[in-house]
Design a protein around this ligand. Structure first.
Ligand code: ATP
Ligand code: MG
Length: 396
C-alpha cells in the first residue's frame, strides 16, 4: 500500500441547517481521516451515520461547513466550479440504485461521460468496448437497462464510472440492492478495479460482510463521527467501540447469544469455553492437542471460523470433559496463546461481559443457527448475509 494519502479529511464537518421545526443536523462532525492511494477503504455505519454525506464531500457534491477535504493534493475548500470539475473528473461514483439512463443502451450509458468530456467518436467506441469487456458484459452492449439483472446493471454503472480513467472510485451502498452471490461478484470486480487498474476504491456500506470480504482498511461512523479506524483484520479481531462490536457480531455470528447459551447449557452441562481462532492459532489441531495433553476431552458445541481479510478468524465454543484441576490447567495454558472466555458450567455459570455486552447483545434472536426471521429486529444490511463457514452447532 502506498502511504501517500489520496484523500484527507481534516476536522471536516457538514452541518445541514435546521428550519423552524427541524434542528440542525451535524451529518459529518469533525472527521479527520486519511485514505491511502491504492487501497480499498470501507466506511461502515448504521443508517443516518453520515456515510453518504462523507463521500459526497470527496467529490464536492457537498461542501464542508468547516474543516477541509484534500483530494490528490488539492484542498477542495473554497475551490471554484471550474477547478472542482477537474477534481471530479478524477473521481468515479456508483450507487445503490445504479442511476442508469433508461432511454440509452448499455453502450450508450457507458459512452455518456465520454460524450460529456468530448471524446471523438472513434475513441469513444473503442473505450466503451474495452470497458464492457473489463466488466464482463460485452454481449449486452445493445441492451437497455430494464432488461438487465441488478448485478449486470451495477457492472454497467462501474464501466460508466471508469470511463474517463478516474483515480478514485466511490461506491455508495453499491451492493445493497443485490443478493449475496451477486454482491460477491460485484465486490470481486471492485477488487479487480483496485488491483488491475490501481484505482483507490472507497466503499460505503452497512454490511460488515462487505468489509470482511474486500476492504483493506475501514472507518466506523456513528452520529457523524469516525469512532474507529484500522486494518479490516484488526477491526474484526479487536473491535473497540460498541457499535463496531455489533457490526462484527452480525458478520461473524460465531459466539452464542444469551438465548443460545441457555440452550447450550441444557444440552451440555459440562464446562463451556469460547476459544478464539485467529491467524496464530490457525486451526483447532493445536488447541485440541493442548487440551488432550492435559487430560481434557473437548467437544465443539458451537462456533465458526471464517475469513477476514483472507486470514482465518472466528471462535469455537467447546464443552470440556475432565477433572476440575485438569480443565483449569488446560484453560490457563490456552489463555497464553489465544482469547479464552470461560462460561462455567450449567450449575455454576459465569457471565462474560464481552459476550453479553458486545457481540451477543447485537443479535438477539438473530443467531445464524436459530430460526431465521422470527424477530422483527432490523439487521444491518437488511438482506441475508453469509454465516461463518466451517463448524456449526450441534456436535451432540
Ligand atoms: N440534504 C440534507 N438536508 C438535511 N439533512 C440531511 C441532508 N442529507 C443528509 N441529511 C441528514 O444527515 C444525516 C446523515 O445522512 P447520510 O445520508 O449521510 O447518512 P448515511 O450514513 O448515508 O445513511 P444511510 O445508510 O441511510 O444511507 C442524516 O440525519 C440525514 O437525515
Ligand atoms: Mg447513505
Amino acid at each position: 500500500m502506498v502511504s501517500e494519502p489520496i484523500i484527507s479529511f481534516r476536522d471536516a464537518a457538514k452541518v445541514f441547517p435546521g428550519g423552524r421545526r427541524r434542528p440542525e443536523v451535524r451529518a459529518v462532525d469533525g472527521v479527520t481521516l486519511d485514505i491511502a492511494a491504492g487501497e480499498i477503504f470501507g466506511v461502515i455505519g448504521y443508517s443516518g451515520a453520515g456515510k453518504s454525506t462523507l463521500v459526497r464531500l470527496i467529490n464536492a457534491l457537498e461542501r464542508t461547513t468547516s474543516g477541509a477535504v484534500v483530494v490528490g493534493g488539492t484542498d477542495l475548500t473554497g475551490l471554484g466550479e471550474a477547478r472542482l470539475r477537474e477534481v471530479r473528473a478524477g473521481i468515479g461514483m456508483i450507487f445503490q440504485q445504479f442511476n442508469l439512463l433508461a432511454s440509452r443502451t448499455v453502450a450508450g450509458n457507458v459512452a455518456y461521460p465520454l460524450e460529456v468530456a468530448r471524446w471523438p467518436r472513434g475513441e469513444r467506441e473503442a473505450r466503451v468496448r474495452e470497458l464492457l469487456d473489463f466488466v464482463g458484459i460485452a454481449d449486452k452492449a445493445d441492451t437497455y437497462p430494464a432488461q438487465l439483472s441488478g448485478g449486470q446493471k451495477q457492472r454497467v454503472g462501474i464501466a460508466r464510472a471508469l470511463a474517463t480513467n478516474p483515480r478514485i472510485l466511490l461506491a455508495d451502498e453499491a451492493t445493497s440492492a443485490l443478493d449475496p452471490e451477486t454482491t460477491r461478484e460485484v465486490l470481486r470486480l471492485l477488487q479487480r478495479v483496485n488491483r488491475e487498474l490501481g484505482i483507490t476504491v472507497v466503499i460505503i456500506t452497512h454490511e460488515m460482510d462487505v468489509v470482511r470480504y474486500c476492504c483493506d482498511r475501514v472507518a466506523v461512523m456513528e452520529h457523524g463521527k469516525v469512532v474507529e479506524t484500522g486494518a479490516a483484520y484488526e477491526i474484526f479481531s479487536r473491535p473497540q467501540a460498541a457499535v463496531t462490536r455489533r457490526f462484527v457480531a452480525t458478520s461473524l455470528r460465531d459466539r452464542p447469544s444469551d438465548e443460545t447459551l441457555a440452550r447450550l447449557r441444557e444440552r451440555h452441562p459440562g464446562r463451556l469455553v469460547v476459544v478464539g481462532i485467529d491467524e496464530v492459532t490457525g486451526s483447532t489441531r493445536a488447541i485440541t492437542q493442548v487440551l488432550r495433553d492435559r487430560g481434557v476431552e473437548p467437544a465443539v458445541v458451537y462456533g465458526g471460523i471464517t475469513e477476514v481479510a483472507n486470514k482465518p478468524y472466528g471462535s469455537l465454543t467447546f464443552e470440556l470433559a475432565g477433572s476440575d484441576d485438569a480443565v483449569a490447567a488446560a484453560v490457563a495454558h490456552l489463555r497464553a496463546v489465544t482469547d479464552v472466555d470461560d462460561l462455567g458450567t450449567a450449575r455454576a455459570p459465569r457471565t462474560v461481559p464481552s459476550l453479553a455486552a458486545g457481540r451477543a447483545e447485537a443479535t438477539p434472536g438473530r443467531d445464524a443457527r436459530e430460526v431465521p426471521g422470527t424477530s422483527g429486529e432490523r439487521r444491518p444490511g437488511g438482506g441475508p448475509t453469509g454465516g461463518p463457514t466451517g463448524l456449526v452447532e450441534g456436535n451432540d
